[in-house]
Ligand binder design. Sequence first.
Ligand SMILES: Nc1ncnc2c1ncn2[C@@H]1O[C@H](COP(=O)(O)OP(=O)(O)OP(=O)(O)O)[C@@H](O)[C@H]1O
Ligand SMILES: [Mg+2]
Length: 432
Amino acid sequence: MRVVLFTGKGGVGKTTTAAATAVQAARAGIKTLVMSTDAAHSLGDALGVVLVTAPDDPAPVTEIEPGLSALQLSASHSVRRSWRSVQDYLLTLFKGLGIDPVVADELTELPGADEIVALLELGKQVESGPWDLVVVDCAPTAETLRLLALPEALAWHLDRLIPAQRGLLRALRPAAAAATGLPLPGVQVLDTLRRWHESLLEIQSILASETTSVRLVLTPERVVLAESRRTLTSLRLYGLAVDQIVVNRVFPDATPSDAKVLDVTSSGSNSSQSGQESTHTAWLAGWNEAQQRGLAEVRHSFDPLPIVIAPYLSHEPVGTDALAALAKARTGEIGDVLMTAPAQGMTVRSEDDGYLLTLPLPLVTAAEVDLKRRDDELLVSVADHRRVLSLPSVLRRCVVAGAVVRKGTLRVRFVPDEKLWPVNERESVARE
Ligand SMILES: Nc1ncnc2c1ncn2[C@@H]1O[C@H](COP(=O)(O)OP(=O)(O)OP(=O)(O)O)[C@@H](O)[C@H]1O
Ligand SMILES: [Mg+2]
């Protein structure tokens, strides 16, 4: 099953683009589900329908037209309640402890219940839904990134939190609590954590799968572009494949194919034109020029990613027909929505004297990347985003010999640690 997620800065047109993509795919005969990670009703608003929410069904699916269904998450989802209890527990647990600041940091950034609900539901739909394509309308960038980082971050916490012997824990509860000074999770919290751990591992594999990709929606404005560049780096940091940049709300005159900038001076000097009209023309010309500059910058920034241009319509595209018309009016490297993006994840390969780990991190410079080795993990930070890479076993007995960022890729060199790796063992690995 193909999964396409849409994200971008607030208000750029994520919901509209996701809905338009879904409508177009469904009308081309692809069995499509469109869902939002947002509990607000904006997806229904864009589709021009009221999506049902039923108290007894946490995620009811509404058929919009043949081949197209939409899913509205219910605000009274039971996961919401259990998430709150887990969150409370985790927060009390870590608050009073002299815990690793990295962990404490991650904890304060735990996402809200909406995001958890959406991820779990996405997992369920991919596992058992009858769809060829699931289109996900994500929240604005910051929340989306937390959402995407969640499976890994939470799985990391859970690995350390959930004692393997639950029976033992129960028997020893008072003694263990006294000995460690930690509040122990209640049985219910523990059960929830275990279940989620499993689901999150599944979701992690869905997000990292070759059939999942993210499309970044933006408008050709400087502020939006700056944020989108950072988002692209962060998405890659989390191992997500970005397979398209959608530039939305582009004025017809701003597209390079018919790039004719309005001549402000000549139209302004036209005596038949009122002062108001010439002000309007100057205003429009200003925007056209700014958008052209923005478009050039988009191409420069995101090359070689496919770029799709969606025109700024003269009305809000609401309803399936209007959305289909918007999808049709797009230009650029649209491609086949079912086609999957090439893998862009971490790779490890052996070199003469050790190993080379590579992680694509477009648009970053070495100065922006921070690396830390912690036991069997490599912590990669870019600005305020961090990923905990669990090192493959072969790298665990190596030390980091150096790291560079070259052509948008982080390259970390590992060499065997002489202390940990006796010479004869090293030879046996080399022979494998
Ligand atoms: N290409 C377009 N032409 C004209 N209007 C558009 C276009 N794309 C989006 N809009 C309108 O812009 C507004 C915002 O779009 P949308 O709700 O899709 O943004 P969003 O990125 O999902 O916002 P949010 O961050 O709040 O979720 C809506 O009123 C929508 O109808
Ligand atoms: Mg939206």
